[in-house]
Design a protein around this ligand. Structure first.
Ligand code: FAD
Length: 423
């Protein structure tokens, strides 16, 4: 089977790259092995929350000049970064994924970071958020005095206690109340069903979310803020808006333990947008056994297609970090398992991780060594028609910097444009 471009991996970076190429008329296939980071997403896209020395960043574009040359953003350059950042909201909107910032861009149109409340009750910086996620303009000033936190009876993946504790430390008095809904009670019979997505499916039924909204409305006793778990609007986020209209207070949705309902909704919609543009998505299949000749990839195989090879002019590797199995760690080395690409990691094994869980973890900065155009190498030899995008790209520690989605989207857009320009 022949394509213009073959993309390996089915996460955020792969889908953005595939949609951009396919909409420009290039025939693409995405080979996707399994779940990706969107299934665990906070519902917020990070662009740059802090520098590697710990300095907090409020306007990410202004901070680009402080990044090292090896950083993916430095490779893309300020001009292109500015262009892509401006394009992101309309690109995602065209795929059915609405994103909002915490506030209007700052002076000169620079995006400004906001803060979301985490499931642990702390505040984390973010650039753009999905429908249900609230990005506060400041992490210091809470605009509310009293909050009501409502959970489903028996739902352990939403820890109202942690959220109440976090908000109380910021001067917000919190009251926690449970609500029972008959269809959710049925889920409790099987603990594996009593997860965010199980409840979210039940809550797509009009009678259920309306009953929940009415019960919450009756519980409000003068609180200015109501906090609910992120389990609404799996199919259609308009339910989030309707719930907000039903409840006589500001309504904020806070993340549950994974899986992530807003992340899964975004993944479904991006995949649909790719397919609507004519792309082929091979779900649950793994790219293996590439043929590389004279510095170019000729073909790959997949587990499901067996002997049938996939050929293309260009190949894009978007198979994720350690989490997505795009990288694998052996006792003394880090390998990229599909092509055996050159990787970047500290030679001293003891430097890979810090015993302090909350400290900067060096393993999160492992990645594939790429040139200025995100082309990798094998044994120092560059592969001309292969690009690497997303969390697999070396040169940054996205977990520490809070730049995960930003790196995924920016590298995807940049590589798609490079491929389009080359032809
Ligand atoms: C648990 C978690 C939560 C995160 N939450 C956020 C967040 O809330 N906000 C944020 O900004 N960033 C977040 N990040 C950072 C995240 O890395 C990026 O946001 C981004 O989604 C990464 O996308 P990706 O396409 O690079 O990789 P991934 O999403 O990891 O996707 C890689 C895909 O490649 C597939 N794959 C691997 N090998 C093969 C193969 N051989 N053949 C075919 N497919 C293969 C995997 O199955 C997977 O589906 C999170 C990261 C993790 C790990």
């Amino acid at each position: 089977m022949r394509f213009d471009t073959i993309i390996i991996g089915g996460g955020l970076s792969s889908l953005v790259c595939g949609i951009r190429l396919q909409r420009a008329g290039k025939k693409c296939v995405i080979v996707s092995a399994g779940q990706n980071a969107l299934h665990f997403s906070s519902g917020t896209f990070g662009l740059l929350g802090r520098l590697i020395d710990g300095t907090e960043v409020s306007e990410p574009l202004k901070a680009l000049s402080f990044l090292p040359e090896s950083h993916p953003y430095s490779k893309i350059g300020v001009e292109k970064m500015t262009e892509y950042i401006a394009e992101v909201p309309s690109f995602f909107e065209s795929c059915g994924v609405r994103l909002h910032p915490s506030q209007a861009p700052g002076e000169g149109g620079f995006p400004v970071n906001g803060y979301r409340i985490t499931p642990m009750g702390s505040l984390k910086p973010g650039w753009l958020a999905m429908d249900e996620v609230t990005l506060l303009p400041s992490k210091d000033n809470m605009p509310w005095h009293k909050a009501l936190i409502v959970n489903f009876s028996g739902f352990l993946d939403f820890n109202a206690g942690f959220i109440a504790e976090g908000l109380s430390r910021r001067g917000v008095e919190c009251r926690v109340e449970p609500v029972s809904i008959a269809d959710v009670e049925l889920l409790r019979k099987n603990p594996t069903e009593m997860r965010s997505v199980g409840i979210a499916r039940v809550m797509t039924k009009e009678g259920n979310w309306k009953e929940f909204g009415s019960k919450v409305r009756e519980l409000v006793k003068g609180e200015e803020l109501v906090i609910l778990p992120e389990v609404f609007g799996l199919g259609d986020p308009v339910i989030i808006q309707w719930l907000r209209e039903m409840i006589p207070a500001e309504v904020m949705f806070v993340g549950t333990m994974p899986p992530s309902v807003p992340g899964i909704r975004a993944q479904i919609r991006l995949k649909k947008a790719f397919e609507a543009a004519g792309g082929t998505f091979l779900q649950g299949d793994t790219a293996v056994d590439p043929l590389v000749e004279e510095g170019r990839v000729v073909s790959i195989h997949t587990v499901n297609l067996g002997n049938l090879s996939l050929t293309a002019d260009y190949f894009v590797l978007a198979s994720g970090h350690l989490f997505g199995k795009g990288l694998e760690a052996a006792p003394s080395k880090v390998v990229e398992p599909v092509f055996g690409l050159d990787t970047d990691f500290p030679a001293d094994r003891s430097a890979w991780c810090d015993e302090d869980f909350f400290a900067r973890q060096e393993y999160a900065g492992f990645g594939v060594v790429c040139d200025q155009s995100f082309r990798p190498s094998i044994g120092g030899r560059r592969i001309g028609n292969l690009y690497v995008i997303g969390s697999e790209v070396g040169g940054c520690n996205s977990l520490y910097e809070g730049s995960g989605a930003g790196v995924a989207i920016m590298t995807a857009m940049n590589v798609a444009d490079s491929i389009l320009e080359e032809r």
